[in-house]
Design a protein around this ligand. Structure first.
Ligand SMILES: [Fe+2]
Length: 185
């Protein structure tokens, strides 16, 4: 029996043991971190999906003299929101948590309020989205605090970019709803 064959049973046993072992958290941050960060990220992900669809709702239903500008602005903002859903969900998986599985789960977790009104004026649409994006940035700051407590720098640094994007959307929406004769602030 050569050395390679001799060690085989032990390696096989170790592999079998490893297969039966509880699932370790991939990022090595531990169980508590996986739970806390996972919960924060999944709620955020649900919010981003809900705000994405509300932004598209307004993109589809906006009307009036600024139709083209608003329609295009909201399309751009919808794309930006949709683009971060995947990295948020995958970050939850990387830290060792599960993530969203359905529209139903999004509905249960989202804190963004839907707006199914038959008609919303363009000004009200932009004002509502501005507020939603500001609140989203606030919730991202809260999630940043949770990640910080667990030393999860990778999620905090992603959140910093996403907060900036939310604030940029809020800024565009704020400027687009200002009257042209107001002095600059
Ligand atoms: Fe479109």
């Amino acid at each position: 029996m050569d050395a390679k064959t001799a060690t085989k049973p032990r390696n096989a046993a170790a592999a079998a043991k490893a297969r039966r072992a509880p699932v370790a958290t991939p990022a090595g941050l531990g169980e508590a971190a996986a739970q806390d960060i996972g919960a924060a990220l999944n709620a955020l992900c649900a919010d981003v999906f809900a705000l994405y669809l509300k932004t598209k709702n307004f993109h589809w239903h906006v009307s009036g003299p600024h139709f083209r500008d608003y329609h295009l602005l909201l399309d751009e903002q919808g794309d930006q929101l949709f683009a971060i859903t995947d990295p948020i969900a995958e970050r939850a998986r990387k830290v060792g948590a599960t993530t969203l599985r359905s529209i139903g789960q999004i509905g249960r977790l989202q804190r963004v309020l839907d707006n199914d009104a038959e008609y919303v004026s363009p000004q009200d649409m932009l004002a509502e989205l501005r507020e939603d994006n500001q609140r989203l940035a606030d919730r991202m700051r809260a999630a940043h605090g949770v990640c910080d407590e667990h030393g999860d720098m990778a999620t905090t640094s992603l959140l910093e970019v996403w907060i900036d994007e939310a604030e940029r959307r809020a800024w565009f929406l704020f400027e687009a709803t200002r009257r042209g004769d107001e002095p600059g602030r």
